[in-house]
Design a protein. Sequence first.
Length: 266
Amino acid sequence: MEQTIRMHYANCNTYNADFDGDEMNIHLPQSYLAHSEAFNIMATHKQYCVPTSGKPIRGLIQDSVVSGVFMTSKDTFLDKEQYNQLVYIGLRELIEMDKIGKIVTLPPTIFKPKPMWTGKQVISTLLKNIVNKEQENRLYNMTGLNVSFKSKLSAKEWGAIGKEEGDVLFRDNEHLRGTLDKNAYGASDYGLVHAFYEVYGSEKAGELLTSLARVFVVFLQTHGFTCGLDDLMINKDFDKNRRMAIENGHLEGIKAAAEYVGMKEY
């Protein structure tokens, strides 16, 4: 039997959890009123923004950020099986909870010689199905999410093929341009999840975070990403610059101390 509290890392900031020996207490509501308060006020989906400033505090980190960048890159293409698998992984929980019915998919970006979908289309499919666009539009006469923002990763990092990838663009819940990274689904202001929260509410924003986390984990597992010791070793040029920075800082400290005691020419 498990003796630990399992918690998704998207909520680490909310609980100020840093996994260095932190402990948590469990409180079990004993009345229907307490149950209602816990569900409608204390649930993690209701704690997306900080009460004092209104800034987002929930967001994906680490492996999800790496996976999201690679999946939404301009040169990432998926065959039909991969596309359907990622979409199903992202929406499975909502299907099992009867929150959505038939999944609406998108046509491929490339038809010949083989149908291929982009990683951006996976994001678009998740958004359209989570919102349940047809029903929302019929009830509230709403259009989909329209938002644009800058990605944290500079577009020049991708070379000529990605010169526009630093500007993220969504129109009618469709991801048209830009690489998604921490600015989109991390605890960042004015990103994808923050805009989704403002338009559709905390419950939908929580569903989007859950779907993205599941999709990014599976994508990283199937497409691979490794980090070896060579990636962690400091090279000679960087070590030289580091040593010089330390020496310059030490020299400036001696100069400041000498000037303080009146020895300017020391």
